[in-house]
Design a protein around this ligand. Sequence first.
Ligand SMILES: [Ca+2]
Ligand SMILES: [Ca+2]
Ligand SMILES: [Ca+2]
Ligand SMILES: [Ca+2]
Length: 302
Amino acid sequence: MNKFKYYFILSITTLSLFSCSKSDDSVELTPPREYADQYPTDINDIEQYLKTYYVSVSADLDATITKIPDGGTQKSIWDQTEYELKFRTVNRHGVDYKVYYLVLNEGVGESPTNTDAVLAAYKGEYLQQVTASEVTTLTVTPFEELKFPQSFFNLNSVITGWAEIFPQFKTGTYTEGTNGTISYKDFGAGVMFIPSGLAYYSQGQGAIPSYTPLVFSFKLYEIQRLDSDADGIPNYLEDLNNDGYMYDFRSTINYPVTPAVNADDTDGDGIPNYLDIDDDGDGVTTILEIAAGTDYLDKNSK
Ligand SMILES: [Ca+2]
Ligand SMILES: [Ca+2]
Ligand SMILES: [Ca+2]
Ligand SMILES: [Ca+2]
């Protein structure tokens, strides 16, 4: 039901845009593609990119990714062995997405969970097959770069690809200069390769066209622990199985199939602890239990 509501809202938005920009009366709406139909195209583009581009990394972990020229001897990202190319399988929309990421440096500090916020520098590019004179070429277009981040991004409200990959990295250390500057060292740095279904998909965003996989190189400077249900316990301490991820399976858009057991839901009411104001379901809110000094932490401590 929710799914239909979502599409309905999308259609209305699209319709109003078209109504404004078109002078004739014809309006054609194309429904979003099926995620399962789009994914094979995306993963092919990503793997083609990984096999035909190489990476060079500066001393301060800036990644530059370049196409291997004809006859070039550079090793592709796929074939090189200096940095580990890993992937994480992310199930959404009934699709097992493979999200590749390249570890330039894992970091030495703390990892965010997928419900925390990050202070990160990043550079984004999109991949697109472009056909000209009957020849189709994979093109790479930069769309955004943020070198000196000033504010934190809540991983819960950015694209899914970010929320899934940042927890695989750690922060570093930092020192404060006398003039208030901060220098970061040993931070996590990497490159992630995200299928469009875990990015902006059919809608695109700004300069990013619809249905384009995204490549982000990034540096993880700092994290901010969030407390989404404001019960006094930060999210990462409500991650009962300690895997760095918490999910709200009530969202039928993101998770069409609810697992039998949510590992991060003490009372099994479907609301994960990080969003549940009464984690143990005894009718007394967690925040009251903490204030009263009852045995909340004994019962729920990991
Ligand atoms: Ca909390
Ligand atoms: Ca978890
Ligand atoms: Ca619960
Ligand atoms: Ca309770």
